[in-house]
Ligand binder design. Structure first.
Ligand code: ADP
Ligand code: MG
Length: 983
């Protein structure tokens, strides 16, 4: 079955390749006719292609000529100097046929899988040029600022030759200069710069002139797997200090710390007791073969069994326990512990299992990164401290509480309302407290210092799990960051509130077309297809790849593994071959560096926080005798060229210090050598203490190891192992995929709402007549209210209620009498009421216009009062939209945590979320319109003090100062917030 699939897949790929190869021939024959063109000729040709597009020619039809033009430009550049990254470089690139092929696939919206060193940077130039002929925005997304700048300078030479403009969007460019950057035909930049600009344009710009992007037409994403897969789990967030902070981490941290410590001490005790028993019975002496061991009495057997039970329990309570880890290096012990686990899985043994687990305070599930507080833990918590703590694990049932209040006949209506409000407050507080509590436990049990985060200058800095790089400025979401701060005793940063947020996936969905390139996409082809509708096409290499991938070496313990790695390094280094060693984390890089130093092996460690430096170090990794230690994705995108004579020695040797969570990252590391037909080799080292094996290898494997355990220092080599590693990796890939999909599903809900509100906001920014927009808003809010009060004449027809509503919201005196006409339909009434409200608003506007006119007179300046009012109204609308939207985002955040609490009730949190988010949005829209309606009648143009008159006029003309004219309420703090974000 699989075979057929493969064949189908294979032929689909080769069919496409064949089709595109024909186009490559077209390109090459066009190119022959272009060689004769001089510089001016090239530019003219570009213009004529642009003109043809305007006249209706499709980009597809222009492709052969456009690509040929790029190739011709490369010929012109050949041998000339191009200034890149600070020095001049001789241009030596003319696109190979495989590059043209990759470029064609990208124009058709695919991912071109091209190996490292195949020249993807140049490949992208062709589809970029072609699509920019449309005059629409074309973006190239790179991994970091350094590459954005480098590629823009380097490949930009082609576009400049052809008369197009190109710019690099890097983080140091201030907001007001960005509009200019986006005007360029082609823009190079990182995903977060593009994404944040989008968010700023739509949530912070107060005028269309402040919006910098000019739309989303075509984007090519370089190293697309890294961006859409590895970085997909953290959304882009613009946040600022929250107005109301309710964090209770300080209150709770000590108590949580105590409970965790209690558990740790308990587990330590169990573990050392168990070790003592095992020692006593010589079970830890690995030199003994079973026959040599003394026979155990029945009693002894029982106590050994008890010891394994304890160890199993330690694994449930503190999976990282040092004694346990050390004991598990011994495969016999490991198997015994796993046997215990299998035993407990039996249905009949479940009660026994529960009884054991009940001895713990907390059960930690490292694999699913979850935990659970046991009854014992809860009981312990309650005796702990404050009175409040007894309620930490009990949630209120609001509906029930309300009913109780309603049934209490001793209460007046007023009292009932008060009570309900109070109980709702209490509920919110408890939820917040329990949320804080859960995050604190998570911080203690599942977040590890120097693995998940580091402490720098009394701040918690996230470590990127893929690159191992510190990520200052980013924060764990949903309060986890504060929880870790509390755990580590560093100052707890003020809680933040989300002003705007989007996932990278949803940002890229804004483009009409996206394409990508990378050396490693095939293993994730399914995901690309399913989520982004992107096909992956494997492009043949320019020269055959002759890399030698040696089989993995697998060791029982980390110690043995590192010894073997050092041995390998020493031998290869003696011959002068350069070596690149990839590590999983900064931590391991440093560990390895220490070992290398002890062994007197000169080396460079790549822990750079600076991409430019990083690129330079990596680029030297191919020199004679070089040893470079780097985290896996460090220097991604930088080419490793072989030094003189190195090819003859066998080229670069790549060592992987562990298999990674996904096969793709392994492939990426291997791909660092043997570029463009160079010689090279790669080899991975694995130990059973690696997290991959510890968490995901099967018990069967341990049983196997027990049988075939090699002597100390010898690797285990058996085909079954390679397979289990791959199975473990596939399992994690699958799990991570579902996590990403999950994030996306939640974000999808937000995406629709975001698009709606952003498009409304843009309408406000763009309109020349915001006052008319206000008429619409007033009318719609009035209509909606009428339809609630006046459903049907026979039954629900509450004219008085409707009039009261109008009176309480607008300065409009209205009585049921005015509307009480038997002949009036709902529509008539709506119309009549709306007209009264709008008329009142018009009067209000006249009044304000008069004030402006008097200012104008006093200052002796000519200003049109209406145009000023239009501007004032515009900023009033924007201020309200922004404030309410932020509130809504907060509500959605809370909803997310809230629905997760409901899993208990057998409900699907996602469904619940979708449903309630929808209702919340509806409420938000109504509320927003109501708030706007209020504001429209409340704002006042202040009659200026005579001395400040001139000054005021100046300000009137400057929209940013507009809020100065508002009374205090409208002024609100949105500008202040904005300043906070920028500052
Ligand atoms: P990738 O991104 O695919 O890993 P790069 O774009 O960084 O590769 O290019 C790798 C190296 O190959 C660069 O040094 C570049 O100068 C060189 N190169 C790319 N295309 C060509 C070409 N057509 N002719 C000569 N050299 C090329
Ligand atoms: Mg590259």
């Amino acid at each position: 079955m699989l075979g057929i699939f493969k064949k189908l897949f294979g032929t689909a790929q080769s069919r496409l390749l064949k089709r595109y190869t024909k186009i490559v021939q077209d390109v090459n024959s066009w190119e022959k006719t272009f060689v004769a063109l001089d510089e001016e000729g090239l530019k003219e040709k570009t213009l004529s292609l642009k003109a043809r597009y305007q006249e209706g020619a499709t980009l597809d039809s222009l492709l052969p000529e456009a690509y040929a033009l790029v190739k011709a430009a490369c010929h012109k550049l050949y041998g000339t100097d191009v200034h890149v990254s600070g020095y001049n470089q001789k241009w030596d690139m003319i696109p190979y046929d495989v590059q043209i092929l990759g470029g064609i696939a990208m124009h058709y919206g695919s991912i071109s899988e091209m190996q490292t060193g195949e020249g993807k940077t140049l490949t992208a130039s062709m589809p970029l040029f072609l699509n920019a002929l449309s005059g629409k925005p074309v973006h190239l997304v790179t991994v970091n600022d350094y590459l954005a700048k480098r590629d823009c300078e380097w490949i930009g030479a082609i576009f400049r030759k052809l008369g197009l403009t190109v710019e690099a969007l890097i983080s140091s460019i201030p907001p007001h200069e960005r509009k200019k950057i986006y005007q360029a035909d082609i823009v190079y930049g990182t995903s977060s710069e593009f994404g944040f600009d989008y968010l700023r344009d739509n949530s912070m710009a107060h005028h269309i002139n402040e919006q910098c992007q000019r739309g989303h037409f075509f984007a090519i994403i370089d190293e697309i797997d890294s961006i859409l897969i590895d970085e997909a789990r953290t959304p882009l967030i613009i946040s600022g200090p929250s107005s109301a902070s309710r964090q209770m981490y300080d209150d709770l941290k000590e108590h949580v710390g105590n409970l965790v410590r209690l558990q740790r001490d308990f587990c330590n005790k169990l573990a050392s007791e168990a070790r003592k028993v095992l020692e006593q019975h010589q079970l830890l002496d690995e030199t003994l073969i079973p026959q040599d061991r003394k026979k155990l009495s029945k009693e002894d057997q029982a106590s050994v069994k008890e010891a394994f039970k304890k160890l199993w329990l330690v694994g449930k309570g503190t999976p990282q326990n040092k004694v346990l880890k050390r004991l598990k290096e011994n495969p016999d012990i490991r198997v015994e512990i796993e046997t215990q686990e299998t035993y407990y899985h039996g249905e009949a043994n479940k009660p026994e299992r529960l009884e054991e687990l009940a001895k713990l305070y907390i059960i930690v599930d490292e694999r699913n990164s979850e935990y659970e507080i046991t009854d014992l833990g809860i009981a312990n918590w309650m005796v702990g401290s404050s009175t409040e703590s007894s309620e930490d694990f009990v949630m209120l049932d609001l509906g029930h509480e309300y009913a109780l209040i309603d049934h209490d006949t001793t209460l007046s209506d007023q009292d009932k309302l008060h009570k309900k409000v109070a109980i709702r407050e209490e509920d919110a507080k408890r939820k917040e407290r329990s949320h804080n509590l859960r995050q604190l436990f998570r911080a203690h049990l599942l977040m590890e210092k120097d693995v998940d985060y580091i402490i720098q200058d009394r701040k918690i800095v996230i470590i990127d799990e893929n690159t191992g790089r510190p990520q200052p400025g980013r924060r764990f979401s949903e309060g986890l960051h504060q929880a870790i701060e509390a755990k580590e005793g560093v100052p707890i940063q003020q809680e933040t509130q989300t002003y705007a947020t989007i996932t990278l996936q949803n940002y890229f969905r804004l483009y009409q077309k996206i394409a990508g390139m990378t050396g490693t996409a095939m293993t994730e082809a399914n995901e690309f297809k399913e989520i982004y509708k992107l096909d992956v096409l494997a492009i043949p290499t320019h020269r055959q790849c002759i890399r030698e991938d040696v089989d993995d070496e697998i060791y029982m313990s980390e110690r043995e593994k590192y010894n073997a790695i050092i041995k390998d390094i020493t031998q290869i280094h003696e011959k002068g071959r350069p070596i690149l060693i990839g590590t999983e984390s900064v931590d391991i890089s440093e560990k390895l560096a220490r070992i290398l130093k002890q062994n007197k092996l000169e080396h460079t460690v790549l822990n750079a926080k600076n991409h430019a430096q990083e690129a330079e170090i990596v680029s030297k990794a191919g020199q004679y005798g070089a040893i470079t230690v780097a985290t896996n994705m460090a220097g991604r995108g930088t080419d490793i060229k072989l030094g003189l004579g190195v090819a003859a020695l066998g080229g670069l040797h790549v060592i992987g210090t562990t298999r990674h969570q996904s096969r793709r990252i392994d492939r990426q590391l291997r791909g660092r050598c043997s570029r463009q037909g160079d010689p090279g080799s790669s080899k991975f080292y694995v130990s059973f203490e690696d997290s991959l094996m510890r968490l995901f290898a099967s018990p069967k494997l341990s049983a196997f190891l027990q049988k075939f355990r090699p002597p100390e220092g010898e690797p285990i080599s058996a085909p079954i192992l390679n397979k289990s590693i791959e199975t473990a990796q596939k399992r994690i890939e699958q799990r991570n995929y579902s996590m990403r999909k999950h994030t996306l599903e939640y974000d999808d809900v937000m995406n629709k709402q975001r698009q709606e509100i952003y498009s409304f906001r843009n309408e406000v920014l763009k309109t020349k007549d915001p006052i008319s927009l206000c008429y619409d808003i007033l009318e719609s809010i009035c209509d909606k209210s009428a339809s609630l009060f006046l459903v049907e004449k026979a039954s629900v027809w509450n004219l008085q209620g409707f009039c009261d509503w109008i009176i309480s919201h607008f300065p409009v005196a209205i009585t049921p009498k005015e509307l009480d006409d038997d002949y009036l339909t709902l529509e008539d009434i709506q119309h009549k009421a709306a007209k009264m409200i709008i008329d009142a608003f018009k009067k209000k506007l006249d009044l304000e216009a008069n004030t402006i006119a008097s200012v104008q007179e006093a200052a002796g300046k000519e200003v049109n009062p209406v145009s000023i009012l239009q501007e004032v109204i515009k900023s009033l609308l924007i201020a309200n939209i922004d404030r309410e939207w932020q509130e809504h985002l907060l509500a959605i955040d809370h909803l997310r945590t809230d629905v997760n609490l409901r899993v208990v009730g057998q409900k699907d949190p996602l469904m619940e979320f979708k449903h309630e988010a929808f209702i919340l949005f509806d409420t938000f829209i109504t509320h927003l319109k109501t708030e706007i309606s209020h504001a429209l009648f409340k704002f006042e143009m202040m009659p200026p003090q005579s001395l400040q008159i001139k000054d005021s006029i100046e300000r009137i003309q400057h929209k940013r100062q507009m809020t100065k004219f508002f009374n205090a309420e409208i002024e609100n703090d949105s500008d202040k917030k904005k300043a906070d974000i920028i500052g």
